[in-house]
Ligand binder design. Structure first.
Ligand SMILES: Cc1cc2nc3c(=O)[nH]c(=O)nc-3n(C[C@H](O)[C@H](O)[C@H](O)COP(=O)(O)O)c2cc1C
Length: 211
């Protein structure tokens, strides 16, 4: 899992066969570069080795965009949190469905490392006091008993709830198979009929008109 072209160089130098390029939009531990900027840079570093895109992908449009950027596939995390099979508490799933992209924040408050979570009371208590947060792994050792108990209880004011900006796209809690079927169907429709026509009718007659 890499968050910059530099990480990718290090991973390949260490013998990795392929990498996941995860943009800052992603849920969980994350870096500073957006998926859209990151993936092609990592693809260039990979020089033919497999790259899978992650961060902000929640439907067929995201999958097609990832492929267009040079990735071989996509990882979806947050989308599957809000699935029937996910073991996340129902309150967590409901909060994902109700949240907008801006309701996620990057914080060190749970683990000592930067991670994107749904904003809650606990994260707000640390705002303005970031220098008091311990480094990894100490912050997590300190906080995890509270965070885990809150997750189990569905106490979203204190539960760690790693989620990406794609929450703004998530409106339901279907089965995991249905999520995959939708993503593939949307991607196929876009690739089969949508994209060339959109290019040729974007006010530039002629572009794509031979397709
Ligand atoms: C609740 C949660 C836990 C995660 N835990 C890990 C982890 O332990 N290791 C890891 O490499 N990535 C972890 N991730 C990141 C995912 O593997 C994936 O890259 C990310 O969710 C993709 O971005 P998205 O959330 O926008 O779909 C986690 C993500 C979430 C939402």
């Amino acid at each position: 899992m890499v968050g910059s072209d530099r990480h990718a160089q290090a991973a390949f130098a260490a013998g990795a066969d392929g990498v996941i390029a995860q943009g800052t939009e992603a849920g969980g531990h994350t870096g500073k570069v957006s998926t859209f900027a990151l993936v092609p840079q990592v693809v260039d570093v990979a020089a033919g080795r497999p790259v899978v895109a992650a961060g902000g992908i929640g439907d067929g449009r995201g999958l097609v965009a990832a492929l267009a950027l040079g990735a071989q596939g996509a990882v979806m995390g947050t989308r599957f949190l809000a699935s029937r099979e996910s073991t996340a508490h129902d309150n967590f799933k409901a909060k994902i469905v109700a949240s907008r992209a801006e309701d996620t924040v990057i914080t060190r408050a749970y683990t000592g490392k930067t991670a994107r979570h749904l904003r809650n009371r606990y994260i707000e208590l640390w705002e303005g006091r970031e220098e008091e947060i311990l480094g990894a792994p100490l912050q997590r050792i300190l906080v995890e008993p509270m965070a885990a108990a809150a997750r189990t209880a569905g106490a979203m004011d204190y539960a760690s709830s790693a989620s990406g900006q794609v929450v703004g796209l998530i409106k339901d809690v279907p089965g995991a198979a249905e999520i995959l079927e939708r993503v593939v169907r949307e991607a196929e429709e876009l690739l089969d009929q949508g994209l060339w026509r959109r290019l040729s009718t974007a006010g530039h007659p002629g572009i794509g008109s031979n397709r």
